[in-house]
Design a protein around this ligand. Structure first.
Ligand code: PDD
Length: 287
């Protein structure tokens, strides 16, 4: 059980073990809902407006009414931190379409969304990741075609990630029609001929908030050329560095791909430069 035990469920604050939802909740029956994971450094939400904008976009895409204004979300999240005396943590926020008391594929009218929020620990980047990086495999991207929506329907991601875990890997990099899309739970960057490249936003990948921040930091680095363009699968095996980003992993170097060393097989100079920039960026919020 998390040490942060107070959760928000449909307007109520309650200990996690007492929170309940209907067995007819469409999130439970159909995976009909969306979510966000937001890192908090000190007591500061990193890129809160961007997370709330993505939340609002995801809701609109799947036709679930956003139950709160941005200001109301901010108050709710501040209350969540306060009630859990939380800092340096990850907030999980989930909104499902709610329950109409039966199971029917058709979207019912006048249904109230289910809103759930809780606090999770935020892992720090392990020393072994900084010194050795992590391993990954590549797999066919078997997910649906609307991956820009942060939907809770994650069965494909879970199974793809598990294929990597079975082989001792931290991530599974996904390839659709010969093009690299993202990781099962991260965005991906490559260093090719000293250039940092990442696939452009679109329906094949989640518009990661960490991706955007890393791109911003990369543009500030002298002598680093940064390009958003589609990436051929073959380029994965030509890259001198591969990096993955997410709110909970920040920026990891992938040093083995499909059992082959990436570049020197150790975290490379671009990862080091960007990881340092990321830590400096965060430090302004961690007192
Ligand atoms: N997932 N792509 C996918 C498929 C993801 O699941 C995630 C993050 C990302 C990175 O997005 P961001 O930088 O906004 O965290 C990209 C979260 C952390 C999760 O599902 O727990």
């Amino acid at each position: 059980m998390s040490s942060f035990n107070t959760v928000f469920i449909n307007g109520q604050w309650t200990p996690a073990e007492q929170a309940t939802i209907s067995v007819f909740d469409r999130g439970f029956l159909f995976g009909d809902g969306i979510y966000e994971v937001m890192p908090v450094y000190g007591q500061h939400f990193l890129r809160l407006d961007e997370h709330l904008t993505r939340l609002s976009n995801s809701l609109a895409e799947v036709r679930i009414r956003n139950p709160y204004s941005k200001q109301e979300w901010k108050q709710l999240l501040a209350d969540l931190l306060e009630k859990n005396q939380a800092s340096n943590c990850a907030i999980y926020l989930q909104i499902t379409r709610g329950s109409s008391g039966n199971r029917d594929h058709s979207i019912p009218q006048d249904i109230e969304p289910t809103v759930f929020a809780c606090v999770n620990p935020l892992p720090t980047v392990p020393e072994s990741v900084k010194t050795d990086g992590v391993a990954a495999i590549t797999r066919d991207d078997i997910r649906w075609h609307r991956c820009h929506i942060k939907a809770i329907t994650l069965l494909a991601n879970v199974l793809l990630k598990e294929e990597g875990s079975d082989l001792g890997c931290n991530e599974t990099l996904l390839v659709r029609n010969g093009k690299v899309s993202e990781g099962a739970s991260s965005n991906v960057f490559l260093v090719i001929n000293d250039e940092l490249v990442t696939p452009p936003k679109g329906p094949e990948l989640l518009p990661g908030i960490t991706r955007d921040l890393v791109l911003e930091l990369a543009h500030q680095q002298p002598n680093l050329v940064v390009t958003e363009r589609s990436i051929d699968e073959a380029e994965l095996h030509q890259a001198s560095e591969i990096l993955i980003t997410s709110s909970t992993r920040e920026l990891y170097p992938v040093t083995r791909l499909d059992e082959q060393a990436v570049g020197t097989g150790k975290p490379g100079p671009v990862w080091t430069q960007l990881f340092t920039a990321y830590q400096d960026y965060k430090a302004q919020y961690q007192s």
